[in-house]
Design a protein around this ligand. Structure first.
Ligand code: 8DG
Ligand code: MN
Ligand code: MN
Length: 343
């Protein structure tokens, strides 16, 4: 079944649907990757992420090692994990391994908005193992971002649904249009890939008239604040320098002005179809709103296409696009431009 058509080692050369026939394997790979990333072990981290990405493109469920013949992106380590999964007929061992890995303190800590690897490790080294321990520990100084992260942890760690993303989109669009009627507000990230759930909602904002985007973000933030729906906001100013060449770093962040925010979404603003409404959990809280993570990115119009490509993700797809540009086309791609190194 596997090698009728050769599968490309680049994610950007593979057709991948949201239908993942091998979720158990890819969950295991991603959790292992995360553990390696924590230990700053870049090689195995990329190896497992690449393997997970490739496996997501397979139109069949892997059931034995024979199914792996001719597949790219698999090394000894990844194959060993697949072999173990295949032998584990109940799948309970692998599932409990995944859950155990996820419950480990460092990974648990980085699930808090504003807590990166360094902070998670620092807390761990101090002997802290739970959120409670972190919050009551006298010496822990939380940043504004981390305070928001803990305050809204429950909302932020529950997934954002598509209707919620659309409701946020309406708010952002209405607000932007107050100042710039011809502005373009585009939903990016996982929802642009038609994922049904996400951890946040990402938007690109641009205007066709060069320069009109200057000052727009501040005005939008101001209105959201006045409406009382801005729970948190961290603005990162643009660091774009025209003389700069595209970054060679595969995971480099971009230079656009942006804002990492938390918005308060009133539940009444979310339009759900009947079938989705029916499964509202028996919530004990009477809270009428939900905290939602929102990323707003402002781009000049002439860089919009590259920004859109870059912010659509997935992360692995973006890595492979850049790798493909570099190695197969001798070009350099980032969120701002595509450079031909020969010209
Ligand atoms: P999710 O939120 O549903 O979990 O998935 P996602 O939408 O694919 O992930 P994301 O973390 O929201 O990021 C969306 C894409 O944007 C991702 O492929 C990487 C890309 N990206 C950039 N610059 C930056 C940046 O500065 N921060 C983050 N988080 N992502 C960035 O191009
Ligand atoms: Mn996202
Ligand atoms: Mn995001």
């Amino acid at each position: 079944s596997s090698s009728v058509v050769a599968i490309s080692p680049y994610a950007c050369q593979r057709r991948t649907s949201l239908n993942n026939y091998n979720k158990l394997f890819t969950d295991a790979f991603e959790v292992l990757a995360e553990n390696y990333e924590m230990n700053e072990n870049k090689g195995p981290y990329l190896g497992f992420m690449r393997a997970a990405s490739m496996i997501k493109s397979l139109p069949y469920a892997i059931s034995s090692m024979k199914d792996l013949e001719g597949l790219p992106c698999l090394g000894d380590q990844t194959k060993a994990v697949i072999e173990q999964c295949c032998q584990d007929t109940e799948k309970s061992t692998i599932k409990s391994c995944i859950n155990f890995a996820r419950s480990q303190s460092i990974i648990l800590f980085t699930s808090v908005f504003g807590v990166g690897q360094k902070t998670a490790e620092k807390w761990f080294r101090k002997g802290l193992r739970t959120f409670e321990e972190v919050q009551v520990h006298k010496e822990t100084k939380l940043t504004k971002m981390q305070i928001a992260g803990f305050l809204y942890y429950e909302d932020l760690s529950s997934f954002v649904t598509k209707p919620e993303a659309d409701a946020i989109g309406q708010i952002i669009e209405d607000t932007v249009r107050l100042f710039m009627p011809d502005a373009l507000v585009t939903l990016t990230g996982g929802f642009r890939r038609e994922k049904k759930i996400g951890h946040d909602v990402d938007f690109l904002i641009t205007t066709p008239v060069p320069g009109n985007e200057n000052g727009l973000l501040e005005k939008v933030i101001d209105v959201l604040h006045q409406q009382g729906i801005l729970l948190y906001c961290d603005v990162v100013e643009s660091t774009f320098d025209k003389s700069r060449l595209p970054s060679r770093k595969v995971d480099a962040l971009d230079h656009f002005q942006k804002c990492f925010a938390i918005l308060k979404l009133l539940k009444q603003k979310v339009i759900t179809s009947n079938c989705e409404e029916a499964e509202e959990p028996s919530n004990t809280s009477t809270k009428e709103w939900k905290a939602i993570r929102v990323d707003l990115v402002i781009t000049p119009f002439d860089q919009y296409a590259f920004a859109l490509l870059g912010w659509t993700g997935s992360r692995q797809f973006e890595r492979d696009l850049r790798r493909f540009a570099t190695h197969e086309r001798k070009m350099m791609l980032d969120n701002h431009a595509l450079f031909d190194k020969n010209k």
